[in-house]
Every structure is written in structure tokens, then in C-alpha cells.
Ligand binder design. Structure first.
Ligand code: AMP
Length: 375
């Protein structure tokens, strides 16, 4: 069976790596042929909005999926019309994941608590939103935001002008700033027959809007119960097929939904080594119409993103039990280049080894600075 994937970034690459043992073949579409998945499968190069190209891709695949959400829903719909090619996850989930307002409305409809917000289309509307929702708050573009891009923090009234200057001109959303205790994500997969496989709760640390570190399982039974109920509600509402992630803030012990990703997710990379079946394999099993695999954790995992500069492989691999994933991308500040994962026998051992790994990574990237800053 050939799986077509629109987008050939690191998520596509890890999907292909998980899919070859299952006997699946892959074909990608991306803007350039110089992309992380290109070493694994052919890449059709062209625009994500090119209907003729998407149709050519769709004709050559049994199932069409995507590895990021900023692609054209209408082009995908037209490209697959009249073909037997199955589109998974469903377009409604893709359309929702592209638009922060649609996400908020979904959360509200499913009674999933989310941040208070107001839509913003003008500077005056931003002033009104700040008065109505309060300060501090975060101004976000409704579309095309990822990894903290398209966001501006509004701490006080004096910041309104700069936030509007930075983002104004496209549809925006202003939401309350959540002074959260922690951030968690819930990941799960739903199969064609409606069966579900949900992963243990993951705790995430972001800096500058980008995910830096995830640990799982995050043992907080009350939170996990709430998160699973919300995840199930979303999966069922979409009649979803594939893997989906929900990100939450936790404030005073309660979940507040931040956003959803209708795809495999960075906070689920630990599942490659840390769960019986990875999020990538389960996504493929789901969209290929196969039974889902078990999602239980095999230990206590920590996943560290490698951003901007790639440490020498030897420095990472010298850490016992650490696995390296190099996406084959060129270095650029703020770019996700790879990640590494360790799996420990206990949460305490995981935390100890994760701290050691973070120190080793900092030292390998700038030895002088790391030594100067060392206690
Ligand atoms: P997002 O792109 O919406 O997932 O935002 C990326 C990260 O920025 C989140 O994971 C948080 O760490 C932070 N962030 C975004 N929105 C808010 C908010 N309303 N309150 C506090 N932190 C936020």
C-alpha cells in the first residue's frame, strides 16, 4: 500500500521510518526536494495549493495524509474528488487545526475548558479585547502560527501598539495569559473501525513558544482522566482516523485547552522508544485500516529537542541509553533539527538522567559558556 503524505518534514520522515517495517510505501509532496523525508521516499516538488500536483499524488496512493496543518484544505478536497483515495485524518479536523478560532469553537461546543478570547480585526478591536479579556494577554494570528511564531505578549496597555504593529493585517485572536503551573499534552489514535488507543499523559516545557523537553508518563491520575475524556470527545466528534494531539495548560489543578494538532506531534516523539507502539506507527496503522498497537509506556521517558545547532552525535551518544534522531536539516536559529530520548526505570532516574543529558548538550554546544555557568 502506498501512503501519500503532503509535507515531507521530520514528521513525514519519522512516519516513513515507522512504516517500512509494516510493508508500506511512501510518496511525499513538498515545496522543495531538499527536505527531511527525501532520503526515504520520492518527493513530488511543488506548491501545497497546486491542485493538479495534489491530484497526481492522490492518484498514486491508496491513502493520503499530511505531516503539518498549514496546507490547503480546498485544494486537497478538490484533488481527491471522485478518487478512491482515502483522506486521513478527515478534512474537518485539518480545517479546525488550521484556525485558532475554529479550535476555540470546537472546545466550547465539546465543553472543554479553554482560554477566554476575543477575535481581533483592527487596532480598536485589540484595545476592546484587552479591556474585555484583561491584561496580560497573548495576541495570536488565527492561522499559520507554529512554534511560537505569530504571537505577541501584551503585558500592559503600552504594549498594544507594538503587538498590533507586529501582527496586524491578518485575522487575530487575543486571549488571556495563563499563569500555568505546567503544560501537558494528550495524544491518541483512532482507527477506521472507531477503536481508540490513548497514550499516557505527557508533560511539556516550552521556551520562546517552542517545545524543549517532554517527559512521560506524567503521573497525575486526575489530570490524565480529564485529558483522556477531552481527547476522546475530540476524536469522536471528528470521526477521526489517525493520531491527534491536544495541548493543555494546567492551572490550579485544572486543564485549559490551548490547541490541537490533527497529526503526530512533537510531544509524542518519546513514544518511539518509550511506548509499545509509537505515535507514528499507530497513525499509519489507523490510516491504513490496520488494528492499533498498544500505547503503554515501556518505562519513564524524557525527550529533548535539538534546536538551532546540532550537537556532535558522539556527545549525545556518549550518554548511556540515549537515542539520537537527526532530521538531516541545516542549522538555523530556532529550527528543530533533531531530538534525543532516554527511557529510565523510574521517574526519579529519568529526571536525574535528563538533567545530565541537558548539561552534556549545553556543554557540547558551548563548552566555555557551560563551564563558566557551572556551579
Ligand atoms: P501555541 O503556539 O499556542 O501552542 O503557544 C506556544 C507556547 O506559548 C505554549 O505552549 C505556552 O508555553 C505559551 N503560550 C501560548 N499561549 C499562552 C497563553 N495564553 N498563556 C500562557 N502561555 C501561553
Amino acid at each position: 500500500m502506498t501512503i501519500g503524505i503532503v509535507g515531507a518534514g521530520q514528521l513525514g520522515r519519522m512516519l516513513a521510518l515507522a512504516g517500512y517495517p509494516l510493508g508500506l510505501d511512501f510518496l511525499f509532496l513538498d515545496r522543495s526536494a531538499d527536505v527531511p523525508a527525501a532520503v526515504l521516499a520520492p518527493v513530488v516538488a511543488g506548491e501545497f495549493t497546486d491542485r493538479a500536483l495534489l491530484r497526481r499524488l492522490a492518484r498514486r496512493c491508496e491513502v493520503l495524509s499530511f505531516d503539518w496543518e498549514n496546507i490547503s484544505v480546498s485544494a486537497l478536497r478538490v484533488a481527491t474528488r471522485g478518487l478512491r483515495t482515502r483522506l486521513s485524518p478527515p478534512l474537518r479536523a485539518l480545517a479546525t487545526g488550521q484556525d485558532r478560532l475554529a479550535e476555540k469553537r470546537l472546545f466550547e461546543r465539546l465543553r472543554i475548558p479553554t482560554t477566554r478570547y476575543a477575535t481581533v480585526g483592527s487596532r480598536a478591536a485589540l484595545e476592546r479585547a484587552c479591556a474585555q479579556i484583561g491584561l496580560p494577554g497573548v495576541l495570536k494570528t488565527r492561522r499559520l502560527g507554529y512554534d511560537g511564531k505569530g504571537q505577541a505578549l501584551v503585558r500592559r496597555r503600552a504594549d498594544i501598539g507594538a503587538a498590533w504593529e507586529a501582527l496586524g493585517g491578518v485575522p487575530l485572536l487575543y486571549e488571556e495569559f495563563i499563569d500555568f503551573e505546567l503544560e501537558v499534552s494528550a495524544l491518541g489514535t483512532r482507527a477506521l473501525d472507531g477503536s481508540e488507543a490513548l497514550y499516557p499523559l505527557t508533560r511539556n516545557w516550552h521556551a520562546g513558544g517552542m517545545l524543549r523537553l517532554s517527559v512521560a508518563p506524567w503521573e497525575a491520575p486526575g489530570l490524565e482522566r480529564q485529558a483522556r475524556a477531552h481527547l476522546r470527545a475530540v476524536l469522536r466528534d471528528f470521526s477521526y482516523v489517525g493520531t491527534l494531539a491536544l495541548e493543555f495548560f494546567v492551572r490550579r489543578g485544572r486543564l485549559i485547552a490551548n490547541e490541537l494538532a490533527p497529526r503526530v506531534h512533537n510531544s509524542g516523539h518519546w513514544t518511539i522508544e518509550g511506548a509499545v507502539t509509537s505515535q507514528f506507527e499507530n497513525h499509519l496503522r489507523a490510516i491504513a485500516g490496520l488494528p492499533l498497537g498498544r500505547t503503554a509506556a515501556t518505562g519513564h521517558a524524557a525527550m529533548v529537542n535539538l534546536i538551532g545547532r546540532m550537537p556532535p552525535a558522539a556527545a549525545v551518544l556518549a550518554q548511556p541509553g540515549v537515542h539520537l534522531h537527526d532530521y538531516g536539516k541545516s542549522e538555523r536559529p530556532g529550527r528543530k533539527l533533531g531530538h534525543c530520548t532516554l527511557v529510565a526505570a523510574s521517574a526519579a532516574e529519568r529526571d536525574r538522567r535528563a538533567r545530565k543529558l541537558l548539561r552534556a548538550l549545553a556543554q557540547s554546544l558551548s563548552p566555555a559558556q557551560a563551564q563558566a555557568g557551572a556551579p
